[in-house]
Ligand binder design. Structure first.
Ligand code: PRP
Length: 211
């Protein structure tokens, strides 16, 4: 039997994914060692491999078949636009993609004047403003701490992830519009879905039952 390989998103999503997999009888003891510098972990008994990657790289590993299965946020799936099957909403990592800013930006947001939008998600932001709101905007790509942008005058609004809303609140910003809800999803390589149909479908079924 060949190995089925999982690409997991480093951090909180990976921990949640491992918890979920344990519930369906898939565990990887090696991976629980927090001090390890190992990058790939094996469950010999079930012929499974696991590795951790940065979120935006997960759909890439899966598209090229370096991993059969990936677990990653819907935000990353939309932004990366890779050709994979999205097979399950895992129900954790729930948050929302929103347009946020100071309350004073509402008027500009509802106008057709030029507006600057800072975001870590330029594709999602462009799709939202161009295709849904039929409005042109100036998109500025940033890599983190997006809430800073409207505060220091880099942009009028931001498109960013809101979970509890406390980052916004503590910085005098608010949700102005919701773009879409987000959560962790399971994705599968298109060829693996056929070649390993039985094993992958059994896994999907088992996970679906406990969700
Ligand atoms: C994310 C997001 C917001 C924050 C939202 O940032 O970009 O800044 O979390 O969470 P909240 O609504 O619960 O406050 P993250 O901490 O991942 O880091 P980043 O700013 O470097 O992207």
């Amino acid at each position: 039997m060949r190995y089925l390989t999982f690409a997991l998103t480093k951090g909180r999503l990976a921990n949640k994914t491992l918890e979920l997999l344990e519930q369906v009888g898939i565990s990887c003891e090696e991976m629980k060692d927090k001090d390890t510098r190992k990058l790939i972990f094996v469950n010999e008994e079930l012929k499974l491999k696991f590795f951790l990657a940065k979120g935006p790289d997960v759909p890439t590993y899966v598209e090229y078949g370096a991993a059969d299965i990936g677990v990653v946020g819907k935000d990353t799936i939309m932004e990366e636009g890779r050709k994979n099957y999205e097979v399950l909403d895992l129900g954790f990592g729930k948050c929302r993609m929103c347009v946020c800013g100071p309350a004073s930006a509402k008027e500009l947001l509802n106008s057709h004047e030029m507006m600057r939008v800072a975001t870590k998600y330029p594709i999602i932001a462009k799709d939202y403003f161009h295709n849904e709101k039929h409005r042109s905007v100036d998109i500025i790509k940033l890599n983190g701490s997006i809430e800073l942008a409207p505060i220091v005058g880099l942009s009028d609004v931001i498109v960013d992830i809101v979970e509890t809303g406390s980052t916004l609140k503590e910085n005098g910003l608010e949700v102005l519009e919701e773009v879409c809800p987000l959560s962790a999803r399971m994705i599968v390589n298109r060829v693996s879905m056929n070649m390993e149909a039985e094993r992958i479908n059994n896994l999907i079924k088992a996970v679906r039952e406990i969700l």
